[in-house]
Every structure is written in C-alpha cells, then in structure tokens.
Design a binder for this molecule. Sequence first.
Ligand code: ATP
Ligand code: MG
Length: 649
Amino acid sequence: MSNESLANLLKEERRFAPPADLAANANVTAEAYEQAAADRLGFWAEQARRLSWAKEPTKTLDWSNPPFAKWFEDGQLNVAYNCVDRHVEAGNGDRVAIHFEGEPGDSRSITYAELKDEVSRAANALLELGVRKGDRVAIYMPMIPETAIAMLASARIGAAHSVVFGGFSADALATRIKDADAKVVITADGGYRRGQPSALKPAVDDAVAKAAGTVEHVLVVRRTGQDVAFDAERDVWWDELVGRQSAEHTPEAFDAEHPLFILYTSGTTGKPKGILHTSGGYLTQTAYTHWAVFDLKPETDVYWCTADVGWVTGHSYIVYGPLANGATQVMYEGTPDTPHQGRFWEIVEKYRVSILYTAPTAIRTFMKWGDDIPAQFDLTSLRVLGSVGEPINPEAWVWYRKNIGADRTPVVDTWWQTETGAMMISPLPGVTETKPGSAQRPLPGISATVVDDEANEVPDGGGGYLVLTEPWPSMLRTIWGDDQRFLDTYWSRFEGKYFAGDGAKKDDDGDIWLLGRVDDVMLVSGHNISTTEVESALVSHPAVAEAAVVGAADDTTGQAIVAFVILRGSAAEDEKLVAELRDHVGATLGPIAKPKRVLPVAELPKTRSGKIMRRLLRDVAENRQLGDVTTLTDSTVMTLIQSKLPSSS
Ligand code: ATP
Ligand code: MG
C-alpha cells in the first residue's frame, strides 16, 4: 500500500443484539475481556487447564527470543488423548463424536469409545510401518472419518502430520512430501465428488515417484472400491493393516512444544509455506475458541463445519477444537449441490444441527440458488452461525442470518489464518451486538489492531494494515525448515508486530472490518480503496449475487476499478443494468469508488478453498498472459471470462 491509508467508505448501520436466552446461558460473558485484559497470560494459563496434562505447565510464555515463542513449555500432554480417551474416561464414551454423511448417501455414526479404538489401532499400525516420534506423515484423503483418525493417530505417537488437500495435483503433493520429508503417505482409493468416485491413489503413486526415496509406505483406505495400482512392497490396505491391530495403545506424553502438524498455505505466490504448529498452545486456543465463539454445549449441541480437513479450518474446527471439547459433529464428504441444491439443509434437518460454520463463498452461492431452497427444510435446530475464509459482504451476512438463521441466530464472522492456528477476531454470540460484515473485536486474550505505514495505530475511523501485537498460544512457530522466511514474511514489515497481510479499518466504535488482502487493495487517484468494500456495494444491489473487483492499470487514475459480477437468476444482462450498477456503487460508497467497467460473467475464478483469485482477474483486466492457475478449482472459468472482454482496451 502507498502512504495513503485505506479510504473508509462503507457505512453499515444494521445492528443485531444477542438473543436474550443465549446471552443468559452463554459460556462466555463480557467479563472475559476484562479478565484477559487485566492478566493476559493468567487468562491463557487458565484456558490451558481445559486440557488434561500429563505434566501441568508451570510456565505460560517464553518470549525471550521473539518471534520464536514457547507456550506452556514445561508442560507435557498427548493431544490425541485429550481429543478422545479422556472423554471416554469421563463416562462419555457413548456420545457420538462424528456423524459421517457420505456423498452417495451412506452414513455412519462413531462414538467417542469407537473413535478411541480406531485411533489406537491406527496408531499401532503406524508404529508397525516404522513411524516414530518426530517423523512426518503425509495425509491425502477425501472427507471421511479415517482422515481425522489418521491425524489423531499420528498425533498420538508424536509424528507430525502434513495434510494435503485431496483436490491438489500430484506435483503439489510431491513438493509437500519432499519439503516435509514424509515417511508414510495415508490416502484412499478415491472419494465421492459430484456424484462420481474420484481417484486419489494414482496421484499418490505419481507424487511418491517424483519425491523419490522419501516415502517408505503408502497406507490406503478403501472408500470407493475402484481399481488401483498396488505396489506389494510399499502399499498396504488400511482395513487389512489397521483392522488387525490391537485397540489398546498407551498414549505417551510429549512436550507442549512438540510439533503437531505442518500445513502448507496455498502459496498463491512462490513456494508453499509449511506452517508449523505445536501441541499445547495450539490445542488450548482451538479448544477455548471453539467453546467460546460457538457457545458450545457438548451435551446438547450438534456442530457442523463444512470446510475440508485439508484446510486449517478443518484441522482446528473439525478435528482438534471440537474433539478436545467432546463435541458431537457432522462430517460431510461431498459438495453442496449433490444430488440437489438443498443438500446442506437436508443434513441440518437430519441431524438437528445447532451450530453451523461455513464460508462466504458458499453463502453467496446459496443466495444465487434462491431463498426457496433452504425454506423447504426444517432449520429450527440452528442457534449459532459462523463464517470464515474471506470478508463476508454485509448483504450475504444478512441473508445468512435471515434465510438460514430465521432472523434469530447470531452470526459470528471469525477472522484468522493458517498461521494464527485458531480464531483471533470474532464476535461472541452471547455478548456482542453484531454488525453485518465486521469481525469486530479481538477475542479475549488476543491483541490485534490496525496500523498505518509507519506502524502507528490508526484512530477510530481510520484504515491500514491488520497486525497482531502480542504472541498468542496457537501462533505458528516457524515456516518448516525456513526460519528466515518466517521472519521476513511476518515479522519484518513492522518491528515487533505480526503482519497478517490483510487490510483493515476501525469504525467509529473501534470495531475491526477486514478489507481483503493487502495485495488486492486498489490505488485510485491517490486513494487506497478496498476491493471488499466495492464488492459489498455491488452485492447489495438486488441483481448481483457475487462480485470480484480489481484495480487495472490506468493512464489517468493510476488504477481503474474493474468489476466482474455474477447476476442473480432473473436479472437481464444489458447496458442499462451495467450503468445502474456503476451508479449504485457511486451512490453507496462515493464517486471515487465508481467502477470504470462492470462485466457480467457466469463464474469467478476461485481457489480450491473457495476464495476469489483476484490476481487472475487483474491479468485479464490488463490484457496480460494469465499467471499460475494450478490452484483454481476450474481453469476453464478463465477462458470464459476472457471471451467476455473486448480484445483491446
Ligand atoms: P495463502 O496465504 O497461501 O495465499 P490463504 O491466505 O487463503 O492462502 P488461509 O490461511 O486459509 O490461506 O486464509 C487466511 C486468510 O483468509 C486471511 O489472511 C484473510 O485474508 C482471509 N480471511 C479468513 N477469514 C476471514 C474473515 N472472517 N474475514 C476476512 N478475511 C478472512
Ligand atoms: Mg494467507
């Protein structure tokens, strides 16, 4: 960004108080903020007591060598024991841990007692394959219970897992296997995706060959039953090896700072970064935030996070947070429109889901499909709705609350990253008067603010960069094998502060609004304008379902605003509508934010985690050769978009 702070354009006046009954029985009250502000480390030491420690920590934080943090350093625990065994020991073995819903309609409910047996067997199987404490295990799987079991089994024996999203290519998998030096790969023959079995094993064979010499064994779950090549020396079937193991395995206690997992960020630029998370601090913050932000009541709630386990959201809010809390959750294998566009709501109705956690990209898709679809299902069990992954446009937020939450449930917009490990900025459902589109306030025990180019905190009403000003328990410890890159990427932009890479503003109440990645911010006639705000203005027009905005080089204004919009079903795409949309943005945000061009398109380029890839749209808007498209869900989208554009401009 230049010296000009982000223009603060959007005014959102709608407010929603917490429901009285939820507030009266909430896990967390406003007092938590005061308590944590008075004694931040004491607050986290208390949260660490949610876990069962084999050796209780006496130290909370060692920050003597910043930014290399040590949390609960002298404590020892076993993460898998905390997520599984202790619930059985507490008498909750019969509670369902996972209601699995396969895409073809098969389902399976696994209790905590069964999960304990499965995780123990899988741990014994990994030991038989030669995996030891300190090794790495790569996991390349569909969304099935064995994925969570494989992660917990690795954690149980002190091996770090590296989950690679099942939609990634053999090349991407090979790079990650090599970088982490993984000894074993756990995969499946395939998984179900859009009504079809989709193979995984061939990509593993390819990747293992490319990462020559690293991998000793491949453990293969039978999911689809499709034919796969099998190397008798190297490959083993999960049901054969795991099936014959003992269900007894005594968990060993590891140091709080023992590595738990490596997770590669999608790496939109350059080599993917292997984000390293460790055990005690990570589990403390994922457990606390999952309990606090969703007001989780483990005895009665049914929780569902729709993310893939291949993303950090799946790690922290399908596996570690919910299971550490003894929650009952739904896990769904497939896509929201298979076999019909009401699939999510059918699942909510079937399991009486009470807490739903999903992404803005999904919410905007549901908006586009129409209000009448969720209206056909009984969604009365829902009581808290969450959002994560991108800034949520106020209109999408309001749609979510109204059409999914019956205008009754709080919506919590949770800001965090792979690097932060757990939620950092979010409303609390029993405390916060929510504002559509804002993540609002750092959670108790978290210090975040917005600074300008010179690292000065901006006043209320100002915009700039989001920074984290104090260490937090679930923070990344480094980039795997590359401390220097860790320092350069996150800790060198502002002295002593973590640079998140996101633009943000503070409103007049001091609440935080995320404005998208710093790389996506536009500079128009000397003003920094956020893509998020212009997109939200477009989405607030009844004809627009989804929008992506980029700044394209322009001789007069430096950058000109170019908007790509997906229209709602009934809207006619013509000159008149385009003019109306430009005027609508001008009227909502001010003349400076009026797009130079508005282009209706059928689809937008998205990463496999569902985020809009503005970088590629910028290439299109500037008539450039497209950059790397390998992380796109569907690269033909770009051809379609390019065909909409006049070849010169
Ligand atoms: P990469 O770093 O490889 O480009 P990524 O940043 O998309 O990938 P994640 O760590 O999954 O990978 O996403 C974190 C980012 O997602 C945040 O930095 C922010 O840009 C965005 N984000 C997540 N949640 C929110 C939210 N509630 N509001 C606004 N932005 C969000
Ligand atoms: Mg990122």
